[in-house]
Design a protein around this ligand. Structure first.
Ligand code: NAP
Length: 345
């Protein structure tokens, strides 16, 4: 552990960075995952990891769908990096567990024995796995796991709601930044029309529900195929459901038709940037929630199309994001209809 770190730097976890020197934990190659807690830290006994959808898709594809190979790849990442951060997608996920040690100076207000979900990314969370992920077949984003994780003074965690199954709470909390960002953009801009790419997925269906609750009245959901179209139509979250490959910009533009004031990108595959820009009206806003988003593709693509759109990176944190997403899940049957099968599959 690095010593001589200022308290404000410790709060960000700088003392846990092993390499390279001078970066914050999220950008670090390696973190110190020693389970001994510092005075301002909290230790979580891990019960379940939720791998980020883009990361899981990349690992599965790279391993040809071989579950044990995916499990080995995740174990290698944790062993080498002291955290879960996919080196290709750069993304991580979050976790669920029990608070088992609280440093006397921790400002997080957590108590030993509380069951919590971390709301900061696994990409900056020092983490050790002790069970070899023996209870996981490598075929799902949710990973039963034993080990320890460390929270810093500026980390955030939510006490798990008692009324929802763990896998559901974890899945909703993992993507809770998407509905919060969507609601904020719709409310601030007064937008009426919103298109969501990847609308039948977890963040997609929550974003549609959030847009509706924030006042949008023309909701379009773009999905990959007829099966997802039928599910989204039955869920009743969108006024219009269209089918296209989100990575084919011309197909997206043709399917969406009149561009919307706000487009939210919730696909978990790379290559959706240009379609999203084409699907957005002049002066409108694109929220890139997907971790598979390329800054260069988005920026150069918009420039190349002379598209006057504001492009936002979907910050995973917005004040109140966890409560908003959990409430949307509880209050919206269509969200539950789309999300539950994905979580329990
Ligand atoms: P999800 O539940 O797997 O949903 C993704 C949806 O996109 C699925 O319906 C998927 O269809 C669809 N899709 C994939 N490729 C497509 C294509 N080419 N054309 C049309 N649809 C396509 O994923 P999620 O958990 O909502 O996560 C979505 C994205 O948010 C991921 O990139 C994830 O990394 C990111 N994320 C960001 C943050 C943040 O803080 N910004 C936090 C968490 C997650 P199929 O199911 O048929 O493949």
């Amino acid at each position: 552990m690095t010593t001589n770190v200022l308290p404000a730097e410790r709060a960000l976890g700088v003392h846990r960075v092993l390499a390279p020197a001078g970066v914050l934990p999220q950008a670090a190659e390696r973190l110190d995952a020693d389970p001994a807690v510092g005075p301002d830290e909290v230790r979580i006994a891990i019960q379940r990891l939720n791998l980020d959808a883009a990361s899981f898709r990349q690992l599965s594809e790279a391993c040809g769908g071989d579950g044990p190979a995916v499990r080995s790849a995740v174990l290698d990442i944790v062993r080498n990096r002291g955290k879960v951060q996919n080196p290709v997608t750069g993304s991580g996920g979050m976790l669920l567990g029990v608070v088992d040690a609280v440093g006397e100076e921790s400002p997080l207000g957590l108590a030993v024995g509380q069951r919590v979900a971390t709301l900061v990314s696994l990409t900056l969370t020092p983490l050790r796995i002790t069970d070899g992920l023996a209870g996981w077949d490598g075929r799902s984003e949710q990973v039963p796991a034993e080990g320890t994780a460390i929270l810093f003074a500026r980390s955030i965690a939510a006490v798990l709601p008692g009324d929802l199954p763990d896998p559901v709470a974890l899945a909703v909390l993992d993507v809770c930044g998407a509905p919060a960002a969507t609601a904020r953009v719709v409310r601030r801009s007064g937008a009426r029309s919103v298109t969501v790419l990847g609308a039948a997925g977890k963040s997609g269906c929550l974003s549609l529900a959030a847009a509706r609750a924030a006042g949008a009245t023309e909701l379009t959901g773009l999905v990959r195929d007829d099966r997802e179209a039928a599910a989204l139509t039955a869920a009743g979250l969108a006024d219009r459901v269209v089918v296209a490959d989100a990575t084919d910009p011309l197909a997206v533009a043709a399917a969406v038709g009149t561009p919307a004031e706000v487009t939210v990108v919730c696909v978990d595959a790379p290559g959706a940037e240009h379609g999203a820009v084409l699907a957005t009206a002049e002066g409108g806003t694109v929220v890139f929630f997907s971790m598979a988003t390329s800054f260069a593709q988005a920026a150069l693509g918009a420039e190349g199309m002379a598209a006057d759109v504001t492009m936002l990176i979907g910050n995973g944190y917005t004040p109140g994001h966890a409560a908003l997403a959990l409430d949307l899940y509880r209050s919206t049957p269509g969200v539950r209809a789309l999300l539950d099968p994905r979580v329990r599959a």
